[in-house]
Each structure stands twice: as structure tokens, then as C-alpha cells.
Design a protein around this ligand. Structure first.
Ligand code: CDP
Ligand code: CDP
Length: 224
């Protein structure tokens, strides 16, 4: 039987991580875990309850008292918070603009990492986030760091918003993405960083199938 690998995909906002991770997981019949959705779900709950996003201990207590579940589906990963589906709600711009504040707390991250590692114990997983190659799955057989210029990433998100019929402002998106990248890269604990052994792929001028192909080549190299 072919060995089941762990595949870590990291990179800044809107670099294409979840899109390509989903396709790679499908091709290999692996599970796909979007770790950003976990930070988003906690942020959503904290916002709904008017919690102070700087209060690390109360955020940790909230996380420990929360039933957070991820389920695969043909349309991507479904997210449930205390038995209620929040897949759409956690993508709102309010959550997007607050999530990096929640994600900078070490105690919150340590608990998230523990949960994420428990999903990956048997391998056969494609996980995307910011610290997968560096902290969550340091022994992943394939590590990829996806990049694209801020302009290109904002254009992609803008097109996605328009396609979904959401209001969207390109300049504002550019600022929001740059701001989130800055907080994610500058936080003290487990910042957004390429693992030393990760392969960097600049996707600025690549299509989704081209990125998927590059990752599949790395997978095939690994399984020989
Ligand atoms: O899809 P997008 O790139 O907009 O973001 P995401 O993957 O849903 O992640 C949302 C936020 O969660 C990021 O901006 C980080 O602040 C945080 N995050 C993190 O700190 N560590 C992870 N492994 C995943 C996400
Ligand atoms: O998960 P992450 O935030 O890194 O990005 P994403 O949500 O997978 O991708 C953001 C948008 O860029 C999606 O609408 C993708 O279809 C698009 N994309 C693209 O146009 N070209 C690529 N090479 C990768 C993603």
C-alpha cells in the first residue's frame, strides 16, 4: 500500500492555499484541513459575544468550552460551532479583519495546534495555514510555501467577491490583505514564515492547475 503523506501548505492571505489544497487532497483521496477556518470560527464566536479580542485567557477558555467541528463536503470544508453551521458566517469581512488579533495569542495557538495535530495522526492529510510546516506538522513529507504579489492576491479576492455577488473594493482589499500579512508575520509566537525545508512557489503568474501540478510533482518525488 502506498504511504500516506502529510502535506503542509502555508503562505499569506489569498495566495491560493485553500483552492489548491482542496484539489490536491481530492486527487490523492486525502483529507483537507483548512486551519484558518478554526481561527475564524473562534473569532466569530468572540465577536458575537462581544468578547475582548486582546484577552488571551478568556479566548482560551472560550475555545476549550467550544465544540468546533470540521466536515469535508464536495463544496469544501463545512464548519460547525456548538452544533451550528457557520461556514459562511466566518468569511465575513468583520471576522476577516479581526481574526489576526485572535490568532496572535500563544495559548490560543497552542490549543489550536493540539487539535490540528490530532486530525493528522494517521497521515493522508493536506493542511493549509500559516504555521503548518513550522509548528503543526514539522515532519510533513511535503511542505509548500505559496506566494503571490499583494496586487495579484487582492485582484483574486476581488474577482471572487464579485462572482459571489458581494460588495468589493479593490484598494480596500489590498490594504486589508497587507495589514493581515503584517500582523501574521510579525506576531511573536509561530509567525507566518516559510519552513526551512519548504518549497516556495510564486503563483503570481500561475494558474490553479499549474500550481496543483507542481505540488503533485513534489508528492510523486516523495512516494518515489
Ligand atoms: O483564506 P485567508 O488567507 O484569507 O485566511 P485564512 O487561511 O482563513 O486565515 C485567517 C487568519 O487566521 C490568518 O490571517 C491568520 O491570522 C490566522 N491563521 C493562523 O494564524 N494560523 C493558521 N495556521 C491559519 C490561520
Ligand atoms: O486560501 P488562500 O487565502 O491562500 O487563497 P484562496 O482562497 O485559495 O484563493 C484566493 C482566490 O484566488 C480564489 O478565488 C482562487 O480561485 C484564486 N486563485 C487564482 O486565481 N490563481 C491561483 N493560482 C490560485 C488561486
Amino acid at each position: 500500500m502506498e504511504k500516506k503523506l502529510s502535506i503542509a501548505i502555508d503562505g499569506p492571505a489569498a495566495a491560493g492555499k485553500s483552492t489548491v489544497a482542496k484539489v490536491v487532497a481530492e486527487k490523492l483521496s486525502y483529507i483537507y484541513i483548512d486551519t484558518g477556518a478554526m481561527y475564524r470560527a473562534l473569532t466569530y464566536k468572540a465577536l458575537v459575544n462581544n468578547f475582548n479580542l486582546e484577552d488571551e485567557n478568556s479566548l482560551l477558555d472560550t475555545l476549550l468550552a467550544t465544540k468546533l467541528e470540521l466536515f469535508p463536503s464536495p463544496n469544501g470544508q463545512l464548519v460547525f460551532l456548538d452544533n451550528q453551521e457557520v461556514t459562511e458566517e466566518i468569511r465575513s469581512s468583520t471576522v476577516t479583519n479581526s481574526v489576526s488579533i485572535v490568532a496572535k495569542h500563544q495559548k490560543v495557538r497552542e490549543e489550536m495546534v493540539r487539535m490540528q495535530q490530532s486530525f493528522a495522526v494517521n497521515g493522508g492529510v493536506v493542511m493549509d495555514g500559516r504555521d503548518i510546516g513550522t509548528h503543526v506538522l514539522p515532519n510533513a513529507e511535503v511542505k509548500v510555501f505559496l506566494l503571490a504579489s499583494v496586487e495579484e492576491r487582492a485582484v483574486r479576492r476581488h474577482a471572487e467577491n464579485l462572482q459571489k455577488g458581494y460588495p468589493s473594493d479593490l484598494e480596500q482589499l489590498k490594504e486589508e490583505i497587507a495589514r493581515r500579512d503584517k500582523i501574521d508575520s510579525e506576531r511573536e509566537f509561530a509567525p507566518l514564515r516559510k519552513a526551512d525545508d519548504a518549497i516556495e512557489i510564486d503563483t503570481t503568474s500561475l494558474t490553479i492547475p499549474e500550481v496543483v501540478e507542481k505540488i503533485m510533482d513534489l508528492v510523486h518525488e516523495r512516494v518515489g
